[in-house]
Structures are given as structure tokens and as C-alpha cells.
Design a protein around this ligand. Structure first.
Ligand code: PLP
Length: 377
């Protein structure tokens, strides 16, 4: 048989049938410990579930396949996955991170890198000249990319940035939470490690907090990350792992539908007089459009932000009037969400106070647009 398409791999959830009942759906593996044989060996290949639970096998195999990587690891959250990468660095190492990035990650970098003896430098997300300047300012071990970046959805050219990082001897991590493997495969573009908050599109139903890393190679850096999970213990519960596998089966359907809806909502909002600006890389006038059109295959993602006339009070009033969009944090699920981002991030936020972040779901695009029409009226 020719190469199996990613849609098919996802629909099968990374699993075959299991003995003895030939289950089509994987059972939930709850055991935390596994029996030795008479000679002291482990015939099942497992010792303790903090090291490697059978509950992760299918999703890890599937994610490695979807991203074109050598191996994947599930974590207790996206943040646990991100911090495991940082734990693989050594004191004195330097990380270059984007200015616009998921705010909790920016806060973590600001609050923990110094005390761990890691130097932090920042670059402007879509400015390759700035990135190159910062890379060459001092020996750098890790380049962090988030594209599209939450909540401005700025685009970084992964292939170009990875080439610069490679020349400078830095490893490249791409937070691809928003793009998902449906639209972007960062390893093919030169990334060493791909990160997902699996809480978002991979699971897709607002009922699991999880993270994932996928690696190009099982090198020493990856083994240190594995060790950070095994010894640090930021592991996912078996039921959450099972739900994640279930969510992954519909990944392509959900993400493509949500992104098609997002394009329609973005176009509608861009033409509305009460809207100051729409931040969405799928709009031809967006500064990231050309790179996104090349780097993202088949869609621009389902996240956008909109700045509303009337400042903070104007935007919060509109958020309150929306009926189908739920006012809540997080993103990447089947239902549409709206959030006044600056008030969640609090003091020190870089987000304009008139900005609403929209996570577009899989509802009818006409219903979503009608909801905005009545809220902006
Ligand atoms: N990366 C991005 C782009 C995110 O939006 C988030 C959470 O919103 C994370 C990472 C962190 O993921 P988690 O909330 O699963 O820890």
C-alpha cells in the first residue's frame, strides 16, 4: 500500500486492535506498576507508569507520525512540555524567544530563566534581521518560535529562522499549537522539536489539559527532555490520555472546519465600521500573509483577534453581548470563545486594551457572523 495519509492515521487514533477481544477502541490503561517475571525481567516492557504508561502509546505514535518526527512525549500540560525543554538546557545556556508569545510562557521565561542561570533574549517575531542579530550577539543554544503567535497571530518564517539557527548552532523549538499538524509540519521546515498545548486543537473539546513534544531525532537533548519528564513526573493521567486519543481521531475535520469559519468571520469583521483592526494571518493585508500562505498548507488556523472601537469599555461591552461565543479563556475547541485578553493577562500585558481574542469553533459560520452582527449593532 502507498504511504497512508495523515487523515487516515488520525482517524485510526494511532492504534491497531488489541487482544484478546480485538477492541476497535483502545482500553484505558490504569495500571501504575507492572509485574516482573521469575528471572526479574519485565516481559511487558514496562516498570512504572511515570516512566512510560501504555496509556500514551497510541497518541505518542500518532503524533510522531503526523509531525514526521522520530518520537513524541505526552505531558501533563502544554506548560509542562515547554518547561521540560528548558530543563534540558544547562546553566550558562542562552535562549532566544519571541517578543509576542503565549503570556504564561513569557512570564515563566521572565521569572525562571535567570534563577536557573539561563540567559534570555527576545526577538521581534516576524523580523528575520532582528532574529539573526540576536542569534549572533552571543552563543545561543535554543531558538524558540511560536507561529502563529498568541494573541497577535504574528507569523515567523520557520524555514528561514531554522536555517539561521542552524548556522548559529542553536536548536529550534516550534510551538505549533495554533497551526497544528493539519496546516504546518515544522520538522520538515527545519525544526528540531515541535510543541503542542494538546489542551487546544489536538484534544479539541475543552475537557483535557495536556501537552506534547515531538522530536526530529532521539539525540542527547531529547534524552534529557525524556529524563525531565520521567524524573520530574509531569505526566498525564490515563483517562486524559484516552480522551486525547479520542479527540485526535477527528483532528483534521475539526481544524479544517474551524479554519474555514475563521476566514469567513475575519472577512466579515474586517469590513465592519465598528472594528479598528482584525489580526488574522489569512487576510491578504496582514503582514504575515505571504509567509503564512507558503508555510501553512490548506488554511491559516482558526484563531484571530479583533480590536473594537471605543477602547476597553467598547470591546468588553461587545464581548458581553455575544450569545453564541462564550466568554472564556483557552482556545482550539469545537465551540467558539471570546476573551478580553488584556484583563486576563493583567499588569504588564503587551496586548492592547481594545483587543478581543476569538477562538473559532465548528458551528455554522452564518450563525457566528450573525452573532457578531447583533453584538456590534
Ligand atoms: N502554547 C500556546 C500557544 C498556548 O496558547 C498555551 C495555552 O494557552 C500553551 C502553550 C500552554 O498550554 P497549557 O495551557 O496546556 O499548559
Amino acid at each position: 500500500m502507498s504511504r497512508i495519509a495523515p487523515e487516515t492515521l488520525a482517524a485510526h487514533g494511532g492504534s491497531g486492535v488489541t487482544e484478546p477481544y480485538r477492541d476497535i477502541v483502545q482500553p484505558i490503561h490504569l495500571a501504575t506498576t507492572f509485574e516482573r517475571a521469575e528471572d526479574g525481567s519485565y516481559p511487558g516492557g514496562r516498570v512504572y507508569s511515570r516512566d512510560q504508561s501504555p496509556a500514551y502509546d497510541c497518541s505518542e505514535k500518532l503524533l510522531a507520525e503526523l509531525e514526521g518526527g522520530a518520537q513524541a512525549l505526552l505531558f501533563a500540560s502544554g506548560m509542562a512540555a515547554a518547561t521540560a525543554v528548558l530543563q534540558a538546557l544547562k546553566p550558562g545556556d542562552r535562549i532566544l524567544a519571541p517578543r509576542s508569545t503565549y503570556w504564561a510562557w513569557r512570564n515563566w521565561l521572565r521569572d525562571f530563566t535567570t534563577q536557573w542561570g539561563i540567559e534570555l533574549a527576545l526577538y521581534a517575531n516576524s523580523d528575520l534581521a532582528d532574529l539573526e542579530r540576536q542569534l549572533n550577539a552571543a552563543p545561543t543554544q535554543l531558538l524558540w518560535i511560536e507561529t502563529p503567535a498568541n494573541p497577535t497571530w504574528e507569523i515567523t518564517d520557520i524555514a528561514a529562522a531554522a536555517a539561521l539557527a542552524k548556522a548559529a548552532g542553536a536548536k529550534v523549538v516550534v510551538d505549533s499549537t495554533v497551526a497544528t499538524p493539519v496546516f504546518t509540519r515544522p520538522i520538515e521546515l527545519g525544526a528540531d522539536i515541535v510543541l503542542h498545548s494538546a489542551t487546544k486543537y489536538l484534544n479539541g473539546h475543552s475537557d483535557v489539559v495536556a501537552g506534547a513534544l515531538i522530536t526530529r531525532a532521539t539525540d542527547d537533548f531529547w534524552l534529557r527532555i525524556r529524563k525531565a519528564r520521567n524524573l520530574g513526573g509531569a505526566v498525564l493521567g490515563p483517562f486524559e490520555a484516552w480522551l486525547l486519543q479520542r479527540g485526535l481521531r477527528t483532528l483534521f475535520l475539526r481544524v479544517r472546519t474551524a479554519a474555514a469559519n475563521a476566514e469567513k468571520v475575519a472577512l466579515f469583521l474586517a469590513g465592519h465600521p465598528a472594528v479598528v483592526e482584525v489580526l488574522y494571518p489569512g487576510l491578504p493585508g496582514n503582514p504575515g500573509y505571504a509567509v503564512a500562505a507558503q508555510q501553512m498548507q490548506g488554511g491559516f488556523g482558526a484563531m484571530l483577534s479583533v480590536r473594537i472601537a471605543g477602547g476597553e469599555s467598547g470591546s468588553r461591552a461587545v464581548a458581553g453581548k455575544l450569545k453564541l461565543f462564550r466568554q472564556a479563556t483557552s482556545l482550539g475547541a469545537v465551540e467558539s470563545l471570546v476573551e478580553h485578553r488584556a484583563s486576563v493577562e493583567g499588569a504588564g500585558t503587551l496586548v492592547p486594551d481594545d483587543l478581543l481574542r476569538l477562538s473559532i469553533g465548528i458551528e455554522s459560520a452564518e450563525d457566528l457572523i450573525a452573532d457578531w452582527q447583533q453584538a456590534l449593532a
